[in-house]
Design a protein around this ligand. Structure first.
Ligand SMILES: Cc1cc2nc3c(=O)[nH]c(=O)nc-3n(C[C@H](O)[C@H](O)[C@H](O)COP(=O)(O)O)c2cc1C
Length: 161
């Protein structure tokens, strides 16, 4: 079984729920990415700033990381979809971590769709092997049990392949 790490950013809890499910069910290390300057959680600025930063490819600084990606063979990287793209925190992580030769799998949460997001995510890890992706529409509001089961089955397949 490969040594795997769950890395994620979440503002409203959907991706945090997915990441915690993965880490708990599969007994994996995990780390939540935190911005030095936290993103607004409410109001106009939440969406305006989030959409703008995601679209412009901003890489805001992160607080110190709990784990070193270099020590893992497989990374499960989770992000909400913002303006059809990954979140700035995840962009910062992917651009700063050395993921050459590693297997990377992406999981997302979205309100509408995540089609473009995977293309952007894949472009951010040119030296890595992207081995899979899965996305969920607002898992905390939808069928949490079904989302959890689908997510864990997907991840188990990757861990065993
Ligand atoms: C700034 C911002 C931009 C968003 N843009 C999109 C989008 O372009 N497409 C989409 O499907 N959902 C979009 N959403 C909805 C989120 O992807 C969705 O609520 C997601 O589940 C949030 O994950 P979280 O709870 O882990 O933060 C956006 C949300 C925010 C806050």
């Amino acid at each position: 079984m490969p040594n795997a790490l769950v890395v994620f950013y979440s503002l409203d809890g959907d991706v945090r729920f997915l990441a915690r499910t993965l880490a708990k069910e599969l007994v994996l290390d995990s780390m939540e990415l935190e911005l030095v300057k936290p993103h607004p959680t409410h109001g106009f600025m939440k969406y305006f700033k989030g959409g703008l930063l995601a679209a412009t490819g901003a890489t805001p600084p992160l607080r110190p990381l709990a784990h070193d990606a270099a020590h893992y063979d497989l990374l499960f990287v989770g992000t909400p979809v913002w303006n059809s793209r990954p979140t700035p925190a995840v962009r910062t992580f992917l651009k700063s971590a050395d993921l050459k030769g590693k297997r990377v799998a992406f999981f997302t949460s979205y309100g509408d769709n995540d089609v473009k997001t995977y293309r952007v995510l894949t472009s951010l890890v040119p030296g890595a092997k992207v081995v899979g992706h899965i996305g969920f529409k607002l898992p905390l509001k939808m069928d949490k049990e079904q989302c959890s089961a689908d997510l864990v089955r997907w991840a188990k397949d990757l861990l065993n392949s």
